[in-house]
Design a protein around this ligand. Structure first.
Ligand code: ZN
Length: 59
């Protein structure tokens, strides 16, 4: 399995790509996650290592 992961939102305004070893992934809809993110659920990733601090907005 590749360590390169990519995705984005449905409208295409946000895209991401990162290289890291994925250890775990989960969706949560508890009241704390809903209050923290403002969404109806939150997706959590647990990675080995760290992500580069780089952001780019795709027009
Ligand atoms: Zn939660």
């Amino acid at each position: 399995m590749s360590d390169v992961h990519s995705g984005g939102c449905q409208c295409g305004a946000l895209r991401y790509q990162f290289r890291a070893t994925l250890r775990d992934i989960a969706h949560c809809h508890c009241s704390i996650c809903r209050r923290t993110t403002g969404g109806i659920l939150t997706t959590w990733l647990q990675l080995d290592g760290h992500l580069p601090q780089q952001q780019e907005q795709i027009p």
